[in-house]
Design a protein around this ligand. Structure first.
Ligand code: IPE
Ligand code: IPE
Ligand code: MG
Length: 238
């Protein structure tokens, strides 16, 4: 497998559906939350790898609007884990100049979490390194509905509604669309992730469970991406 530094072209924005924590734990006879804990540790390693490769935008899908349907203890465990990750991420963000962004519905989250996310976004907003988007309480359909609501409350002229203005009303606003969406854990679906933004993303599915998705697996995904032909509806020249 070639080193990522030799892989060309590299995607500008990689978005990851971090799936398979529960099964990782189950296989070992451990509680699901232990899988999430290991998943959290892996998220940190993965961020470091993409920093090394100088990928400028990374999005991590950590909690969907449908994940509220899980048992209360699991949901609370995931919230606790996010808080921990944000706390330990402060120093890394400062050191590596990471700009943290949140994609998702903030209002639906507990006050404490809202505050912590707002702080992380505020404290890092002028950083010029990688943009790390945390998709937490994120749903692609919710994002589109919220955008429509805001356009109506802004009394936007109908003639002004086009793909560009619509994009500006999404949580992702100024973030470029993902070039590559990776889903670990073997399921071949998007599960309400980046519904609008995924229109022309390359999609890479791997059976590897999220806690096991290491640097070698990242290189495999990037090498696959580099061989894809992106046509965007055009025909190949001559
Ligand atoms: C993590 O994987 C994704 C989150 C929603 C946090 P899962 O918890 O969905 O793991 P599986 O799919 O049950 O293995
Ligand atoms: C998608 O995984 C959501 C996240 C990774 C945060 P799920 O495990 O919730 O998706 P489904 O239920 O298998 O579609
Ligand atoms: Mg899952």
């Amino acid at each position: 497998m070639p080193k990522a530094s030799k892989i060309k072209p590299l995607p500008r924005h990689v978005a990851i559906i971090m799936d398979g924590n529960g099964r990782w734990a189950q296989k070992r006879g451990l509680p699901r939350l232990e899988g999430h804990k290991q998943g959290g540790l892996n998220a940190r390693r993965v961020v470091e790898t993409f920093l090394e490769y100088r990928v400028p935008y990374l999005t991590l899908y950590a909690f969907s609007t449908e994940n509220w349907n899980r048992p209360k203890e699991e949901v609370q465990g995931l919230f606790r884990l996010l808080e921990e990750k944000l706390d330990e991420g402060d120093e890394v963000a400062r050191e590596k100049k990471i700009r943290v962004r949140h994609l998702g519905n903030l209002e639906g989250l507990p006050q404490k979490i809202q505050k912590r996310i707002r702080e992380a976004v505020e404290q890092t907003k002028n950083n010029t390194g990688m943009t790390l988007c945390l998709a937490f309480n994120y749903g692609g359909r919710d994002e589109i509905v919220q955008a429509a609501r805001r356009m109506v409350s802004d009394k936007l002229n109908v003639k002004k509604i086009n793909e560009t203005t619509f994009s500006k009303y999404l949580y992702s606003e100024d973030i470029p669309d993902p070039d590559l969406i990776i889903r670990t854990g073997g399921e071949m679906r998007l599960s309400n992730f980046l519904t609008w933004q995924s229109a022309y993303a390359e999609i890479y599915f791997t059976p590897v469970l999220w806690p096991d998705f290491d640097k070698k697996e990242i290189e495999k995904a990037l090498a696959t991406y580099s061989k894809r032909q992106r046509r965007f509806g055009h025909v190949e020249p001559g």
